[in-house]
Ligand binder design. Structure first.
Ligand code: ADP
Length: 256
């Protein structure tokens, strides 16, 4: 609690009146703390791929000097590339959060084939994961949307499936047409999510403490994904069963 004000005295210097405001700064302090925690987590999240990128470059330098085989060199170039992609994805997320806060998440819409975009996103995720990604459903659906942002949504959902369902050998991505919308679902066979946590998943900074905290993350992926999908006039949601896995899905209006 913070007090700001003034005391008034009579001619005998006895205080007779006090005027001022009492400010409850608990919420202010909580937000400040949240901001500090966020900066520290975000810096750590950036530092990890950066350290690994630095290590790859140092190894590459040595390998090139000693004339090592191109195969070995190429492995480390791949590693460096993976670290760069992680950093790029993280920075893109941070930028998107500021754009959302400022009401400036602009959309650049074009018409594109949904299956092609999903296959590209799978290629991207395969660079960092061994799990099998299977794409099924309607390969001919076109949507009118911001392809870079939709790709971000798909990559977020795929990365989450890979990260939070490591025991799930397969991840199934299904594309289908339901009335006048296209629906994409990402199904994993991992631990699933407790029902009481589900309503919070799409909130900013939210992470499930029982599963989320042992993995790296900022609690922004689903928040950003929801904003992107809703800005397109689509819907996003999840169905999950503890011990059986989760299916995250979103819809987009179909381009005729
Ligand atoms: P982050 O992955 O950075 O924590 P997200 O917004 O992408 O942020 O996810 C929020 C939380 O939702 C995660 O911390 C995790 O606890 C939970 N979650 C997301 N996807 C899955 C999934 N496929 N299976 C289980 N839990 C998940």
């Amino acid at each position: 609690i913070r007090f700001q004000g003034k005391l008034y005295f009579d001619e005998k210097q006895t205080p007779v009146r006090m005027l001022g405001t009492i400010l409850d700064i608990t919420e202010f302090k909580r937000l400040q703390q949240q901001k500090d925690d966020f900066i520290s987590i975000a810096s750590h999240e950036l530092k990890t791929p950066m350290t690994s990128l630095k290590a790859s470059i140092q190894i590459l330098e040595k390998l090139i000097k000693t004339g090592t085989s191109p195969d070995k060199v190429s492995t480390f170039i791949q590693k460096a590339n993976t670290s760069l992609l992680k950093m790029q994805h993280l920075i893109e997320s941070l930028l998107n959060v500021s754009r959302i806060s400022a009401g400036q998440l602009g959309l650049q819409k074009t018409s594109f084939n949904l299956a092609a975009l999903i296959n590209d996103s799978c290629e991207h995720v395969r660079m960092t994961s061994d799990q099998e990604l299977v794409v099924t459903g309607d390969a001919n659906l076109d949507v009118y949307a911001d392809s870079a942002k939709i790709e971000q949504v798909v990559i977020n959902l795929l990365n989450n499936a890979v990260k939070y369902a490591p025991a799930s050998r397969q991840i199934i991505i299904t594309i289908d047409k339901r009335g006048n919308v296209a629906r994409v679902s990402v199904q994993d066979f991992g631990e699933g999510i407790a029902q009481d946590k589900i309503p919070h998943l799409f909130e900013r900074y939210y992470r499930v403490d029982s599963t989320g905290l042992q993995y790296s993350g900022l609690g922004l992926g689903l928040y950003i994904s929801a904003e992107i999908i809703e800005r397109h006039g689509g819907k996003i949601g999840v169905k999950s069963e503890s011990g059986k896995g989760s299916t995250f899905w979103f819809t987009l209006p179909i381009h005729n």
